[in-house]
Design a protein around this ligand. Structure first.
Ligand code: GLU
Length: 482
């Protein structure tokens, strides 16, 4: 078998999406499993749709996930460069002209308006998927001259065989067939001189020695067009495999516009998801290891990844499972890794400038419970920044004689406390209970309200640990003056 060379070929029209990340990952795993090359190619011929910064952010997000390209625009292999389609537009034109000379393609002078009019007329006649009517297939010299004189710039169109069955064995779904009469003659080079996706992709896959094309199901119907080109050029075809769609929990195809599910890597990064968790989650999105085990590292996945275990049915994106996975990985971080991961979030909540020990101590309170890093901000903020505008009910409660007695007694004992451990706080509450005769709600609520301005929330011991003795005493003192 020749060397495995696979590619992830994003169009820089947006940021790294969960579907793109999956394509990249499965290609990467397949390459690494077979000691092959994983190539990143930028398909940027649809110039109006390109987004500034998209290429760089895609690369960074892939690296964050642990996916590193062997070849890319930033790491070119001279033999195959360039890796951006926009940098080799002349190459596509050259090969399209070759097809014209060989009689497989022809210049088409039909204008957009004419094509659209014909399409609408066909649709009105009840033709479900109208094809190009081959008007320009046999133009006379005079007709061509007339078009040229009128300033028409032609496209180059591929002539598909009339009624041919194009069959291939898809690595995921087995034998797939398309009839060429359902495809029609299609454009290789647009009138602006830029190659279409289906043409450029074949030229690149061929000259980059791509052995396997693994991509999303949305490209399945493009494959016969691409295969026709391999036939015309008499080039060896790569193997094709199309991964099934990703659906939401109601079974609907995940749409990039669906706001209910976060779909971009950057969103997960910002929220405090660990790359290991996202990687692991994506790994199981359309691929199964065949056993009960669900937790895998990248190296383990490389060891066991096979195309045979790619799923044939749609894969469901389950956000709950992703959160579970992330919390699993968070729980298992060492202190050092946990601090590195959580510090931006815990700093956001507590403020800058504290010792790492303090950040870690506070973050450890939540380590077993949080599902993602940013959650810690929402949990700590009400404690650290109490809402000073207390409502009337809370003010009355705090001002009551019973509450004031509790706070006074508590403050005195806290000032002498050796530490803020669970046991110590418990002992203080018990003593306050004995001294004041208050119990249950009337014992705990005043202290909590004095410290956090809330009547419920985190465990009291956590509140003390977060605030520290000094701040807790200050807040109790303040509550004595309401
Ligand atoms: N540029 C295409 C896309 O982003 C790649 C398709 C392919 O892998 O052939 O969908």
């Amino acid at each position: 078998m020749s060397k495995v060379r696979v590619r992830y070929a994003p169009s820089p029209t947006g940021y790294l999406h969960i579907g793109g990340a999956r394509s990249a990952l499965f290609n990467y795993l397949y390459a690494k499993r077979h000691k092959g090359d994983f190539i990143l190619r930028i398909e940027d011929t649809d110039i109006e749709r390109n987004i500034e910064g998209a290429e760089q952010s895609q690369i960074e997000d892939l690296q964050w996930l642990g996916i590193f390209a062997d070849e890319s625009p930033n790491k070119p292999n001279k033999r195959y460069a360039p890796y951006r389609q926009s940098e080799k537009l002349d190459v596509y034109v050259k090969y399209a002209k070759q097809l014209v000379e060989a009689g497989y393609a022809y210049y088409c002078y039909c204008s957009e308006e004419e094509l659209e009019q014909r399409k609408q007329a066909d649709l009105a006649k009840g033709i479900a998927s109208p094809q190009y009517n081959q008007k320009c297939l046999h133009l006379s010299e005079e007709e061509i001259e007339a078009y040229k004189k009128a300033g028409r710039v032609p496209t180059i169109r591929l002539q598909m065989p009339d009624n041919d069955e194009i069959t291939f064995t898809d690595l995921v779904r087995g034998e797939v067939s398309f009839n060429t009469k359902d495809i029609g003659d299609w454009v290789l080079i647009k009138s602006n001189g830029i190659a279409t996706y289906n043409f450029a992709v074949v030229i690149d896959d061929h000259f980059m020695d791509i052995s396997h094309v693994l991509r999303g199901e949305e490209h399945l119907s493009n494959t016969p067009k691409q295969i026709q080109l391999y036939k015309n050029f008499n080039w060896q075809q790569p193997k094709f495999g199309h991964m099934t769609i990703i659906v939401n929990e109601t079974g609907k195809k995940l749409s990039k516009r669906d706001q209910n599910i976060l779909q971009f890597m950057s969103q997960y990064r910002e929220l405090g998801y660990l790359p290991e968790a996202i990687f692991n989650f994506i790994l199981l999105l359309g691929w199964s290891p065949g056993g009960e085990e669900e937790i895998f590292t990248m190296d383990e996945a490389i060891e066991i990844f096979t195309l045979e275990r790619l799923s044939r049915s749609p894969s469901t994106f389950d956000p709950g499972k992703l959160m579970w996975m992330n919390s699993y990985y968070i729980k298992n971080l060492s202190d050092e890794d946990y601090l590195a991961f959580i510090k931006p979030f815990v700093t956001k909540a507590l403020g800058e400038g504290f010792e790492d020990d303090y950040y870690l101590m506070v973050a450890n309170i939540f380590k077993n419970d949080i599902k993602y890093g940013h959650e810690i901000v929402d949990l700590i903020t009400p404690v650290i920044k109490p809402n000073q505008i207390r409502n009337k009910e809370h003010l009355n409660l705090l001002a009551s004689e019973g509450a004031q007695n509790v706070i006074k007694a508590f403050k005195k004992l806290l000032a002498k406390a050796p530490d803020l451990e669970n046991e110590t706080i418990k002992v203080i509450f018990n003593k306050v209970k004995d001294e004041t005769g208050e119990k249950g709600k009337t014992l705990y609520q005043p202290v909590r309200l004095a410290l956090t301005s809330e009547t419920s929330g985190l465990e009291m011991v956590s509140v003390f640990k977060i605030l520290g003795k000094e701040v807790a005493l200050e807040r109790l003192e303040k509550a004595l003056k309401v």
